[in-house]
Design a protein around this ligand. Structure first.
Ligand code: 13P
Ligand code: SF4
Length: 301
């Protein structure tokens, strides 16, 4: 049954000149189906460079929007219409405009986990993989950083010469992991390295051997000679990690590290997406134009 669907998907992909991209947090079967799997940064760069007519984006809404902003002439499909990112919804363009009035000299850096309207209000975008580089590249010494407070604090530490006004947004999946829970996980696996995403709380980051984006964590484990790792990010990443490192032991930092929105997309929804060409991402041309400036500025860094 599943192989029939997969064959149908492959057929439709060819007929429609489509490609399927998937984030590292997607269900394993969806990752296996994709032409490319990666972190937010790698996927945006990829979407900006390919010449397919249709992009099926297996991820959450802001990611598909970013693909549309970078390739407005393409049809971008999000297989599950309500796969959103609660953190991205924690800042609106209107609230950001109010913040800009309070700090008129500050540059606005938005995490890619934000809506197209918020990107349109920003000078430059960043992902967890390049946030430090992006902040260093901005000429202003004062920065409004939206929406993730944990990534903002991570960057503030790495670039102490800049003043960062942080927003109080957070990722439910990462922020819920406490210092006490992390201490327990470390005590249980004393000889394991702790690798965490910068969306984790600062006190959790402080205990880590490495802090990085999903793809940076994958690369770290691949290159490391260590044999045991506690993984402090969404459980979908374990699929790639296990494939790459069959001889290494991997423990999820917390069993609660599941992003329900990332898990909405299934093989069936990808099939329906291509069959019915749904759900198409539509954005106002003026929003695309302004948001594109922020994304392109990031891709140049
Ligand atoms: P990456 O930038 O590491 O892909 O992470 C995206 C995300 O949504 C993290 O929660
Ligand atoms: Fe958003 Fe967190 Fe899910 Fe990433 S893991 S998409 S930040 S809710």
């Amino acid at each position: 049954m599943n192989s029939d669907i997969i064959n149908e998907i492959k057929k439709m992909k060819e007929e429609k000149n489509a490609i399927i991209v998937a984030h590292n947090y997607q269900n394993s079967e969806v990752q296996d189906l994709a032409d490319v799997v990666g972190d937010s940064f790698a996927l945006s760069r990829y979407c900006a460079s390919i010449d397919a007519e249709v992009i099926v984006f297996c991820g959450v809404h802001f990611m598909a929007e970013s693909a549309k902003i970078l390739s407005p002439e393409k049809t971008v499909l999000l297989p599950e219409i309500d796969a959103g990112c609660p953190m991205a919804d924690m800042v609106t363009a209107e609230k950001l405009r109010e913040e800009k009035k309070k700090h008129p000299k500050a540059a606005v850096v938005c995490y890619i986990n934000s809506s197209a309207e918020v990107k349109a209000e920003s000078d430059i975008c960043c992902t967890s993989a390049n946030a430090v580089k992006v902040i260093k590249s901005v000429p202003q010494n004062e920065i409004i950083f939206v929406p993730d407070q944990n990534l903002a604090q991570y960057v503030a530490r790495m670039v102490p010469e800049k003043t960062i006004h942080l927003w109080k947004g957070f990722c439910v999946t990462h922020h819920r992991v406490t210092k006490a829970e992390t201490e327990r996980a470390v005590a249980l696996n004393k000889d394991a390295l702790l690798l965490v995403h910068p969306e984790c709380r600062l006190e959790v980051q402080d205990m880590a051997d490495f802090v990085g984006s999903t793809s940076q964590i994958i690369e770290y484990v691949r290159k490391s000679s260590a044999k045991k790792f506690i993984i402090g990010t969404e459980m979908g990443i374990l699929h790639q990690l296990k494939k790459d490192n069959p001889d290494k032991k991997l423990y999820l930092l917390s069993q609660g590290m599941v992003c329900p929105n990332m898990k909405k997309t299934t093989v069936e929804s990808v099939y329906n997406s291509l069959k019915y060409m749904r759900y198409q991402i539509e954005l106002r041309p003026d929003i695309i134009e302004r948001a594109r400036g922020a994304l392109e500025a990031m891709l140049k860094v």
